[in-house]
Ligand binder design. Sequence first.
Ligand code: DGL
Length: 267
Amino acid sequence: MSMHSPIGIFDSGLGGLTVCRAIEAAFPGEDLIYVGDTARVPYGVKTAETVTRYSEEICDFLLQQGVKAIVVACNTASALALPKLKGKYSLPLLGVLEPGVEAALRSCRDGQVGVIGTEATIRSESYPQALQRRSPQIKVFSQACPLFVPLVEEGWIDHPVTRTVAEIYLGPWKNLEVDSVILGCTHYPLLKSVLQQTLGSEVVWVDSALETAKSLGDLLRNQNLLNPRDQGGSRQYYATDAPQKMQVLAQSFLGHSLGEVEVIHLN
Ligand code: DGL
């Protein structure tokens, strides 16, 4: 493994392409390998044991491809599996949780932070624990928003149904002094404008994808693994099922087509 090796990025499906997009924009010279576990999505309703097993299988595949670092682009896998993965693999591994937490603490003015995510992420309490480890007096409000993922995948971004669902999930926060909200799920950055309409424009929406790209840069720089090339990196996309669906939906996630998506079988 060297600075010229590719970076592995994985998610339960195609939502992690928001993280991939942020990494691409920050480091256009890096070679990227993306795996979307489209056969087993969603992870957000599964147990820690299952999500960890799936994540290990993907890490093993990425290691076979010779990656120099792995970005766990899925919030659920970052919350449930990352500590175990870090204990098992010796290469640099970065999740999306810690970068999001750091950014929320920087932007929070009144010591009240909101976290939204999948059921499994919220149930794990990983976000409140990470926030309170760094800032014990911080108050954290958490809300699972399971309907947001299928709504985004249906393409119902700026849609009356999505606005109603957002109102039901987040309406009760209007009376609280929540000034920063962590978008603790790969799909949620795409709903930012609907969420803004619900809670108002004063709230800072912390997009873990952008923060993760910044943290990845620091991590690679510190270990002398940053590719010195500043453009022309290659992209390889893998899915565990339904590559065509990933291609179609990627258009709305990335704003451009993915090209070829290869199917792989993991176990
Ligand atoms: N990628 C997942 C996450 O960020 C959302 C989709 C799923 O439930 O697998 O938590």
